[in-house]
Design a protein around this ligand. Structure first.
Ligand code: KIV
Ligand code: ZN
Length: 386
């Protein structure tokens, strides 16, 4: 059976940019949007046009210059937001308005201070208005993760009847467990009238470190769009990381869910976003972190030198990294030392290697890492070559 397509909806420029200190200007947003198109994302959420004149202009410029991807603008379920989003998206080849409202009891009672019936009416009016401007309307049920499934299903049906083409089910607070979120998507896929004519979308936050797992659970249970950001940037602990969900699906082909992402561009896209947002990527970040393909303990190094797949479940080149690395530390063994020495031109017999290893360990206990330049000095000092 052929794989089913998972649409990748990138919200780096909207939800990702909501992080303090990460604000991007129009030109920076355009540079990232161009890279996202090269990367092969299906939808670029370019911004929240009503939020500021600068964001309006950025969405407008991205809409005008993007030819392949759908360009999306966020709006609350508020008439003016929707009108402004429609205006900003006027030049888009494939425009989408993303509108919605809080649906959990928590949001209805304490944020919106209203009733479920009023929320439903506002959602329907918002989708209808958005539909009068564009064909493609995505409805978000904010805090769907904590929304009662029966009410959520009613909201989804109302949004479909009003013209929504995509239903976004956000775990806004990053609270759900993967099986809970997966079950929610399954429930909607099985119980919402008209669901087969629309796309169900995941939108998961990472407050408990489960955004990627939740998004994958959603896709396994029927979602066909995943909302995510480069490097997982986003409010609080961030959003689902694009590079993670894409590689999970690629490395597990039996799931038969495939994206159109050009994975060798992941590393450079990650570096670009980190640089323009002044938001460094943690070294141990999955897929694109500096240490994602480096091996520093003796046991692992010995395995990788013999056969890289003993400790590597993906090829670094598939995500655009140059290669994996063997880092020499006090936890490294003889095999790693011999490997590194060979790489820099020394091929020692067992006796010389033992001598080099003893003095290597002394050095490695004094510093965090032993680099090639240290090894040359060590070989000279121990008079291992004539
Ligand atoms: O997390 C969320 O609920 C959102 C919506 C505005 C889509 O970002
Ligand atoms: Zn969000």
């Amino acid at each position: 059976m052929a794989s089913q397509k998972i649409q990748i909806f990138d919200t780096t420029l909207r939800d990702g940019e909501q992080v303090p200190g990460c604000k991007l200007n129009r030109d920076e947003k355009l540079v990232i949007a161009k890279q996202l198109e090269l990367l092969g994302v299906d939808v670029i959420e370019a911004g929240f046009p009503v939020s500021s004149p600068g964001d309006f202009e950025a969405v407008q410029a991205i809409a005008a210059q993007t030819r392949e991807a759908t360009v999306c603008g966020l709006s609350r379920a508020v008439e003016n937001d929707i009108r402004v989003a429609a205006e900003a998206l006027k030049l888009a080849r494939y425009p989408r308005i993303h509108t919605g409202i809080g649906t959990s009891e928590m949001h209805i009672r304490y944020k919106l201070c209203t009733t479920p019936e009023d929320v439903m009416a506002r959602a329907v009016a918002a989708v209808k208005l958005a539909k009068s401007f564009v064909e493609d309307v995505e409805f978000y049920a904010e805090d769907a993760g904590r929304t009662d499934n029966v009410f959520l299903a009613r909201m989804c049906e109302a949004a479909i009847r009003a013209g929504a083409t995509v239903l976004n089910i956000p775990d806004t607070t990053g609270y759900c467990l993967p099986q809970e979120y997966g079950a929610k998507i399954k429930y909607l896929a099985e119980n919402v009238t008209g669901i087969h004519n629309v796309t169900l979308s995941t939108h998961c936050h990472n407050d408990l470190g489960m955004a990627t797992a939740n998004s994958i659970a959603g896709a396994i249970n029927g979602a066909r769009q995943i909302e995510c950001t480069i490097n997982g940037v986003g409010e609080r602990a961030g959003n689902t990381a694009l590079e993670e969900v894409v590689m999970v699906l690629r490395q597990h082909p039996y799931l038969q869910l495939a994206t159109g992402i050009v994975t060798p561009l992941l590393a450079e896209t990650s570096a670009m976003v980190a640089h323009l947002m002044s938001m460094p990527v943690q070294a141990n970040k999955a897929v694109v972190g500096a240490n994602a393909f480096s091996h520093s303990s003796g046991i692992h190094q010995d395995g990788v030198i013999k056969h890289r797949e003993t400790y590597e479940i993906m090829n670094p080149r598939d995500v655009g990294m140059a290669d994996s690395s063997i880092v020499l530390t006090a936890r490294s063994g003889r095999a790693a030392l011999a490997y590194r020495l060979q790489k820099i031109g020394y091929d020692f017999d067992r006796q010389s290697l033992n001598k080099a290893y003893a003095s290597f360990l002394q050095l490695a206990d004094r510093q965090k890492e032993v680099v090639d330049h240290d090894l040359h000095a060590l070989v000279e000092q121990e008079q291992l070559i004539n």
